[in-house]
Structures are given as C-alpha cells and as structure tokens.
Design a protein around this ligand. Structure first.
Ligand code: SF4
Length: 262
C-alpha cells in the first residue's frame, strides 16, 4: 500500500508514467561547472598576460598629484571622458589645491568654475566634491580614507570610484573597477556571462588574484580604447584573437556605449 502511494507520488512529480514529458530543469548559464573552473582560470591568466604585453603602458589616465586629487578627478569623470576632466582639473586644483581649501568653498562658486571649463552636470559634481572635501576634513583629519567602507560614505563616491583610489593611490584595491570597457571586454573574452557590474566584478575577482585587480581594469580599458571598440573591434589585429571566444563576431557581444539618436 505504502509502496504504491510512493510510486504514484514520484510519477506525478517527475512526469513519469504519463505521456507528458517532465519539464527540463532550468539551466543557469551564468554558472560554470567546477570541472571547467580551473581551465577557465588558466585561460584567463594566459589571455591577461598577453593583454598586458599588448598594453605595457596601461595606467590611470586621470591627471593627479595625490590621493585627494585623484578622488576628486574620479568623481568628476562620471558620465564624461578623462580627457575633458584633465582639462578642467588644472583650473580646479590651482584654486583649491587641498581638501581644506575645497571644503571652505561654496558649491556654487565651484560649479561656476567647472561649468565655465566645459564640464557637464557641474552643479551636482560641485556639490559632491565640496561635500567629500568637508567629509575628509571633519571625519578623517584631512586625509583620504584608505578603506572602501569609509570612502563610499563620502558624497558622490561609489564602489567604482573607491576602488580607483584604493588601487591607484594606495595599491590596496578591494575589488575590480568595472567600467563600460571592462564590462564589454570581460563578456567578449568569456570571463563573465553577467550583464551588471557587481556580478561581473565578482566573476573577475574569482578568476584573478588580488594582485592583478588594479592592473586588470587599466589593461582592459586600454584594450577597449585601442583595439576592442564597442562597434568595430579590431579582431584581425588583436593579439588575443586565438584565445577569444568572440573573435570575428564580437559586435553583438558586450555592452555598447549609448549613442544619441539622430
Ligand atoms: S579578438 Fe576581437 S572581440 Fe576578442 S578581445 Fe580581441 S578585438 Fe575584442
């Protein structure tokens, strides 16, 4: 009796015993098997070594003289280019060279300086950099904090900005900086199947040792700017085409920069 009931229950759950097939389990394509993980890591490290050889000069392209200037420049770089920020910051740092000077400024006067030098979103950015300067003076004795938890408490500072400062200024990143280039190229190289920066960052942190985290993002940014462009990747002249699963059909893989509609 008991055995008959169990058999019926199993048949119902699995779809066995009837004509309708069992629903196949959903496959999570964002996960790789443990057996493939070592091979994927080895392949990723080999690819990264080649990319480093292609871009030995990869570095943070925001001009700065110290951690404070780098923090400010990185906050200003949101939604714009490093080239434009580098045109604005000489004027900004000539007038406000230290956290104390910027903390004493009125956001409106800083906004005027940013806007008159061509930077967009200047009101919000001025508010953020004056706010972060005040936070550094009031809570951190005038020094840029050296932990991610403290940095992201400052106005306008997210995880990405904090890791730029930790990696470039202090050599102690707590993650990988995932910008549009890092996102797109990680997807094309098969290092992640995710589409959101936090998950992509987690995949990269698993694939690469901590000592590589800072240089990984600089190298991928150089690769994105010089070779693996969003719309026209130069696969034919790319030094990792033999290792790249997206080679020669990459245009549809990875995030594209948004372009204004004409
Ligand atoms: S082979 Fe093509 S898609 Fe792959 S990294 Fe190089 S340029 Fe990008």
């Amino acid at each position: 009796m008991a055995s008959k009931k169990t058999s019926k229950t199993v048949a119902k759950k699995t779809g066995g015993g009837g004509s309708a097939p069992a629903t196949p389990p959903r496959v999570d394509k964002t996960k790789i098997s443990a057996a493939d993980r070592d091979a994927a890591k080895k392949n990723a490290l080999t690819t990264f070594a080649k990319l480093r050889a292609m871009h030995p000069d990869a570095h943070c392209e925001l001009d700065h003289k110290d951690a404070f200037q780098l923090l400010v420049a990185t906050v200003l770089s949101a939604q714009t280019t490093d080239v434009l920020v580098n045109k604005v910051t000489p004027h900004l740092f000539a007038k406000y060279p230290t956290a104390k000077k910027l903390a004493d400024a009125e956001p409106q006067e800083v906004a005027t300086l940013l806007g008159s030098n061509g930077l967009g979103m200047y009101n919000q950015k001025a508010k953020n950099i004056v706010g972060l300067a005040r936070g550094i003076i009031e809570k951190h004795r005038g020094q840029v904090p050296k932990t991610l938890a403290e940095l992201i408490e400052l106005p306008g500072v997210g995880r990405k900005t904090a890791n730029v400062v930790l990696g470039v200024a202090f050599g102690t990143p707590e993650g990988v900086v995932v910008d549009t280039h890092v996102q797109r190229i990680s997807q094309r190289l098969g290092w992640t199947a995710h589409t959101e920066p936090p998950e992509i960052e987690a995949d990269l942190c698993t694939l690469f040792p901590k000592k590589d985290w800072d240089m990984l993002s600089h190298t991928l940014i150089f690769q994105g700017r010089r070779v693996c462009a969003a719309m026209k990747p130069a696969c034919a002249s790319c030094g990792v085409s033999d290792l790249c699963p997206a080679a020669f059909h990459a245009e549809k893989i990875g995030r594209k920069d948004r372009r204004p509609r004409s």
